[in-house]
Design a protein around this ligand. Structure first.
Ligand code: PGA
Ligand code: ZN
Length: 437
């Protein structure tokens, strides 16, 4: 395998017009791999650290010049001459060069872009599709993994920190149910998205503006109203709720949790604080009334005892996904498994900072029957790495955002290409429903 010859980084912009790190790696044989780090807004407290300059004269302090320099002056040297196919050796060297537990010295954004670009250039050099190369890598950690085109859970209405409206829950999403292919699933999602636009217009609710992830950002007085509008949109599209389309929530509860009094404050409760038990009842009532299959971050990131209550109450029938709770970190997922908190893990590369550690999180979840959902960030780019990652890991689910804004569509379109590629010689494996284990 040809060795890594050069690594360069530059500052580019993400979907919010904020700087982020792009890395380009070349091998001796002239192959090139490029990757861009994404960036969150509703970030978990335990995520690896994204490094920003803080110089208010450059992008209001959001510049990533320091992270770019860390690649150009340090990380590039560290991996020079190494074999790009040896992802574990490269990631281990990147982690050692930083030396801090949260990658805060050189920056998780710098490290991740190098780690992803390594996988891209290795696939190029081997003449493989990225998902094929990633699958080979992942098999070393989870020998039972299969290549599966993931079922998308797709954002319809945005609230929380992602939209200007007044909803506290961050995402109201849908799953297409029982489609025979990803291609068919995508068409169904677009149908519901378009009819939701008409439903919101009919009710006189602002719908023209979309949130950071392309979901509508209407002004609604209660979280439940968003669910009612989605139900109406499903019917207007000529589809059956539950049978053809089900619902998922990303509550992102850390952002309305008041740690001082250990309670949750929703605007629709006029911010009167309620404890975890009452939140569980609130979520459980919604799940009984609507065809909800999955709830992410139903409680706050450090409310471990609340999560146990939530999981005991709803975990048998619902997928309960830990995002801020786990931050794609093995140690936190291990604790969740031990304490029976959540039953699924959201997987975001930049929460942990390398491809290898992301695989560790996926493999750990899989070996304990926890489901996994590979996810984009609210600050995304044209980079489509996660479409390949989800397929390669066979985790069965992906969350990209809505079917608007090209940083989202780039990934939906990449999955169309992957399905086409798989459909040729082999039978395309598409996850038709939320996996049951
Ligand atoms: P974020 O949102 O990228 O702003 O963290 C995505 C999510 O919470 O799932
Ligand atoms: Zn989330």
């Amino acid at each position: 395998m040809p060795r890594i010859q050069s690594t360069i980084a530059r500052e580019v912009l993400d979907s919010r017009g904020r700087p982020t790190v792009e890395v380009e790696i070349r091998t001796e044989c002239g192959k090139k791999g490029r990757a861009i780090a994404p960036s969150g807004a509703s970030t978990g407290k335990h995520e690896a650290m994204e490094r920003r300059d803080g110089d208010r004269k450059w992008y209001g302090g959001l510049g990533v010049g320091g992270a770019v320099q860390a690649v150009n002056q340090i990380l590039g040297q560290v991996i020079s001459g190494m074999n790009p196919a040896d992802q574990v050796a490269i990631d281990t060297a990147l982690i050692a060069a930083d030396g801090t537990p949260n990658k805060g010295k050189l920056g998780a954004n710098a490290i991740l872009a190098v780690s992803m670009a390594t996988a891209v250039v290795a696939a190029e050099t081997e003449g493989l599709e990225l998902y094929e190369h990633l699958h080979q890598l992942y098999l070393k950690k989870n020998p039972k993994a299969k290549i599966i085109v993931p079922l998308p859970m797709v954002n319809m209405i945005s609230g929380g920190l992602h939209a200007g409206g007044n909803l506290d829950f961050q995402d109201f999403l849908i799953y297409p149910e029982g489609c025979n292919s990803y291609r068919e699933a995508l068409e169904r999602i677009v149908k519901v998205y378009n009819s939701l636009g008409r439903v919101l217009a009919k009710h006189g609710e602002t719908h023209a503006l979309v949130g950071d992830e392309g979901g509508y950002g209407p002004n609604l007085t209660a979280n439940e109203t968003a669910l009612e509008r989605i139900m109406e949109a499903i019917l207007l599209a000529g589809l059956k709720p539950e049978e053809d389309v089900s619902i998922a929530l990303d509550v992102a509860a850390s952002h309305f949790f008041d740690a001082d009094i250990n309670a949750y404050r929703l605007r629709e409760w006029h911010e009167a604080p309620r404890h975890a038990e009452e939140m569980v009842v609130f979520l459980s009532n919604l799940a009984q009334k609507y065809p909800i299959r999955s709830i992410e971050d139903g409680l706050a990131e450090d409310d471990w005892s609340g999560w146990q209550t939530l999981t005991a109450a709803l975990g048998r029938n619902l997928q309960l996904v830990g995002d801020d709770l786990f931050t794609t970190q093995v140690a936190r997922i291990e604790r969740g498994i031990k304490e029976r908190s959540a039953n699924a893990v959201l997987i975001k590369l930049n929460q942990v900072g390398t491809v290898s550690e992301t695989f560790d999180a996926l493999a750990l979840a899989a070996s304990h029957g926890y489901r996994a959902v590979v996810s984009a960030r609210s600050g995304e780019t044209e980079d489509t790495f996660i479409a390949d990652l989800a397929t390669a890991s066979g985790c069965g689910q992906i969350k990209i955002g809505s079917v608007a804004r090209s940083e989202r569509l780039a990934k939906y379109n990449r999955l169309l290409r992957i399905e086409d590629h798989l459909g040729g010689p082999r039978v395309a494996a598409f996850q038709k429903r939320v996996p049951t284990e």
